[in-house]
Design a protein around this ligand. Structure first.
Ligand code: GLN
Length: 491
């Protein structure tokens, strides 16, 4: 579209401040881009009237010299975030017509700071998936294609709509959530920057729950700086979420461009997988070399329990999901399929409302929590989780500031290509990301290069608890070294 959609948030803030354009113009440019990109299926609900009303209101404030740190910036919102008076479905048929009478804390903070909502973004149903193919609204299309091919690729998941929309210049940034990799993996598949904050950094209040001990909200943006700007507004203590932490929110943007000299960067040997594509190996060494050139010190580290992370995650996450999803019964809100008894109403509603992957998780979760299997599966997985966390703690105790890994084991794949016969094939996408959720740590995915077919690849940096600032400083070094990547427009 026009130039107004290709700016970064930082650039747009400057342009709004010096009156080069208004928020209404910026918003209109993005609304037009969204309309022209419906083939991507990134937005499942466009809210143009609301967007223009918000933009006009903020323009009036800007004219008076008011307006917060995100004044006039148009954003997309993952459909997992409750938005007051705006349909919120988690991309599940079971919530099909739900219009929340309240606003999630994270989105309310974005509006407090002056951002403009363009609409709601597609995601995997209840955020369960790695390709955005489980959404009841259908798959999201990745704006990236293999060179010389028009095969439709997935944008990753579950925040596929967020990643695709940000990469395709439909919004300047987006909210996303990450339970096992859902911010970082789609960011890596679309050459965007995704941040999964420390558990407790952002409030979970008003976000549709998947696995409450793992879920965190975070931003997807086009640059590390933009991600830092968004994070500052999204983070903060919320008395309505008892797991949110009462700690001052730093000015994350100040960490951009800070020297990383003398920082110790851990390279974990357990992330060097058998059969990992040579391109990923190469990207990883390149990333390490960039950090070294910027003055960081590379150290080999060991995270010995890494291999148990994925199996343990696929016990803990479904267990919590099966409990969280018990509330969808057709009685209070969403879909209701009648039956001859209340029991039958529950059964009919849940059978009709949940998709296959969600049903699989509910069944696995119910099984691992059942009286006969609780100790063997759930309790064991919790113990493994503690060991995974301890691996990281041991590493940080030795002075390591952050850990560098690939973000994903491959580049984006084709729609329908993975997980059909074997769900584990899909689950393996999160092999490098789930450890971070299990340990409650912050992680960032930054675009770092392309594969031989021209598809983007990302690197991940994992930090100490509540040390997102170090990740922003290091992420900026990777971004400056790798350059930025934008998909050629074909839609
Ligand atoms: N792909 C993982 C899953 O399906 C992670 C999803 C997420 O982070 N929300 O559970």
């Amino acid at each position: 579209m026009t130039d107004l959609t290709s700016m970064t948030i930082a650039e747009a803030k400057a342009g709004l401040a010096n009156k080069s354009f208004t928020s209404l113009e910026l918003t209109d440019a993005h609304l037009a881009a969204i309309e022209a990109a419906r083939a991507l299926n990134a937005f499942i609900l466009e809210t143009p009237d609301q967007a223009r009303a918000m933009a006009r209101a903020i323009d009036a404030k800007i004219a008076k010299g008011e307006g917060g740190p995100l004044a006039g910036i148009p954003l997309g919102i993952k459909d997992l975030f409750a938005t007051k008076d705006v349909r919120t479905t988690a991309c599940s048929k079971i919530l099909g017509n739900f219009v929340p009478p309240y606003e999630s804390t994270v989105t309310s903070q974005l509006w407090r700071d002056g951002a403009v909502m363009l609409g709601k973004l597609n995601n995997d149903e209840f955020a369960m998936g790695s390709s955005n193919e489980t959404s009841c609204f259908g798959p999201v299309v990745n704006p990236w294609r293999r060179e010389g091919s028009n095969t439709t690729l997935v944008p990753g998941g579950s925040s596929g709509g967020s990643a695709s929309a940000v990469a395709a210049l439909l919004c300047m940034g987006a909210t996303a959530t990450d339970t096992g990799g859902s911010i970082r993996q789609p960011a890596a598949f679309t050459a965007t920057v995704g941040v999964k904050p420390t558990y407790g950094r952002c409030s979970r209040w008003g976000i549709v729950a998947f696995a409450s001990s793992l879920d965190q909200a975070g931003p997807i943006a086009r640059t590390t700086r933009d991600a830092a700007i968004l994070m500052r507004s999204m983070a903060g203590h919320d008395p309505k979420d008892t797991t949110s932490v009462d700690r001052a929110v730093p000015d994350y943007e100040a960490a951009i461009g800070k020297s990383v000299k003398g920082m110790k960067i851990g390279i974990p040997k357990e992330y060097r997988l058998d059969g990992m594509p040579a391109e990923i190996e190469k990207l990883w060494s390149e990333g390490a070399a960039w950090l070294k050139a910027a003055g960081a010190e590379l150290v080999d580290v060991s995270l010995p329990h890494t291999k148990y992370a994925l199996p343990a995650y696929y016990i803990v996450a479904p267990a919590e999901a099966s409990s969280n999803l018990a509330r969808y019964d057709g009685v209070r809100y969403g879909l209701r399929v009648p039956g001859r008894s209340i029991g039958e109403l529950y059964e009919n509603t849940r059978a009709e409302g949940f998709g296959d992957e969600v049903r699989r998780r509910v069944m696995i979760g119910t099984y691992v929590l059942s009286a006969g299997y609780y100790d063997a599966y759930y309790l064991r997985a919790q113990k493994v989780r503690t060991l995974i966390k301890k691996d990281f703690e041991d590493c940080f105790a030795k002075g390591v500031n952050a850990i560098l890994t690939p973000a994903t084991p491959s580049a984006a794949f084709g729609v329908g290509e993975k997980g059909g016969a074997d769900p584990v094939e899909m689950y393996l996408n999160d092999i490098f990301t789930v450890t971070v959720n299990m340990a409650g740590l912050p992680g960032i995915a930054v675009p770092a290069g392309k594969d031989a077919q021209g598809l983007p690849l990302g690197l991940q940096l994992i930090g100490r608890p509540f040390d997102e600032e170090t990740l922003f400083s290091l992420g900026e070094v990777v971004e400056q070294s790798a350059g930025r990547f934008t998909p050629p427009r074909w839609w």
